[in-house]
Structures are given as structure tokens and as C-alpha cells.
Design a binder for this molecule. Structure first.
Ligand SMILES: [Zn+2]
Length: 102
């Protein structure tokens, strides 16, 4: 079953790798025709997407996809170098480039 529709092929691969890292069998489909946009009608069939092999893993897979789609739920953090407050999905301070504290 299709577990995730991506906006572009790299995004599909990120989600696919995330799921695989959690023991879920999946693959990226649909990216082969991504470059033909304009020649084929754009829609569900031509979007790159992540295909889930084992439907019994759909519940876990959907949770992981939901986490991926809501990066803003991560807590914001304050830079120790310049004091700037950064959103949680940024690993580096957008102001001065310092890395976030682990
Ligand atoms: Zn900073």
C-alpha cells in the first residue's frame, strides 16, 4: 500500500530510509516518471511515493510518517553563542551558525 506521497523524490527517499531504519520493508516508487512532468498528467499516479510491503506494519509506519511531517513539534532551543531562539527542527543556529546542544 502507499504509505506516503512525497513532494519530490529526495523526500520520498528520506521517508523510505526512516521507515527502513525502523525495520519496515518499503521502497520508493513513482520517481522514474517524475522527470516527465508536463508530458504525463500530474496526479496521484505520477507522484513519487513510498510503498509499504507489509500492511501489518502500516500503523507503525503511519506514526513515523506523521512524525516526519510535523517537525515543528520539536521544542525550540536557545543558542548558547548569541542567545537567538531557534525552532526545533534546525540543528544549527540560523543567526550565527553554532550547532545546537545535543
Ligand atoms: Zn547563535
Amino acid at each position: 500500500m502507499k504509505i506516503f506521497s512525497a513532494a519530490n523524490p529526495p523526500q520520498a527517499h528520506i521517508v523510505c530510509e526512516l521507515l527502513r531504519a525502523n525495520g519496515i520493508a518499503c521502497e520508493v516508487r513513482g520517481e522514474g516518471i517524475f522527470g516527465l512532468q508536463g508530458e504525463v498528467p500530474f496526479g496521484e499516479a505520477s507522484e513519487p511515493h513510498v510503498w509499504l510491503f507489509d500492511i501489518e506494519q502500516a500503523g507503525v509506519a503511519k506514526q513515523l510518517v506523521a512524525q516526519f511531517e510535523q517537525p515543528h513539534s520539536e521544542p525550540s532551543w536557545q543558542c548558547i553563542e548569541c542567545g537567538e531562539v531557534n525552532e526545533g527542527q534546525f540543528a544549527m543556529c540560523w543567526q550565527c551558525g553554532s550547532a545546537a546542544e545535543a
